[in-house]
Design a protein around this ligand. Structure first.
Ligand code: ADE
Length: 236
């Protein structure tokens, strides 16, 4: 089967950069999101900006599986750091992703566990992790970590909530889509990886000028994604 890479990007700037780098673009709106088909670094890709949160993310991931038959999925965007040595601008490559806000504890399940699923965290694909890590190290040398992504429908900006998420998930960073895309990929048996640039410390601390940061993060995410596409092409 030929590779088709589904790319779910969070930022408009990032999606625009990927579109600029793509050939033979064709956009189609499904469920309110524009899905752009084309080729990136010689491989067929479908790029979509899914919107914020788990439901938006899962809808777009399932559409990529059903309507575009993607063989691989990548999710990129920004995240809050849960780890003292992950600074603003650093990159995280997922080993796995879990929910920090899926709470069936009073129903006998551990925090984060989705009843009926056989795993508490959804494992990323080993080959895609290796490619994404190598790509991230090329774009931002010495500033990339591999680890768990903690997702939930909350923008985390409070120390107490941050500490609770760390205790419950042991995640390296928190964001709002990764685990939903991971769960969708898991159920469809599609290999995936999540790549995030740290935008803030997920607490009350002041952060760098957001528009400036977003531009840097979007460029980094787009560059790493292009590099990852190149490696998938080389492996064909
Ligand atoms: N995305 C970027 N920073 C975040 C945070 N602190 N919480 C949730 N999602 C984020």
């Amino acid at each position: 089967v030929m590779t088709t890479l589904g790319i779910i990007g969070a930022m408009q700037v990032e999606v625009d950069l990927l579109l600029k780098a793509m050939d033979r673009k064709y956009g189609k709106t499904i469920a309110g999101s524009v899905f752009y088909e084309g080729t990136l670094e010689g491989i067929p890709v479908v790029v979509v900006q899914c919107g914020v949160g788990k439901v938006n993310a899962a809808i777009c991931a399932q559409i990529l599986c059903d309507c575009y038959h993607v063989t691989h999925l990548v999710n990129t965007g920004i995240a809050g750091s849960l780890c003292a040595d992950l600074d603003i601008g650093d990159l995280v490559i997922s080993t796995d992703a879990m929910y920090h806000d899926f709470d069936c504890v009073n129903f006998g399940y551990p925090m984060g566990k989705v009843p009926g699923m056989d795993v508490i965290s959804f494992p990323a694909d080993k080959t895609m992790i290796d490619y994404a890590f190598a790509a991230a190290e090329t774009v931002n040398p010495g500033h990339t970590k591999k680890g768990r992504i903690a997702s939930g429908d909350q923008f985390v900006a409070e120390k107490a909530l941050k500490d609770k998420i760390i205790a419950n998930t042991q995640g390296l960073c928190t964001e709002m889509e990764g685990a939903a895309i991971a769960q969708t990929a898991y159920r469809n048996q599609v290999p995936f990886v999540i790549l995030r640039a740290i935008s803030d410390k997920a607490d009350n601390s002041a952060s760098m000028d957001y528009p400036t940061f977003e531009r840097i993060a979007a460029h980094r995410c787009a560059e790493v994604t292009r590099n990852l596409a190149r490696q998938l092409k080389a492996a064909e």
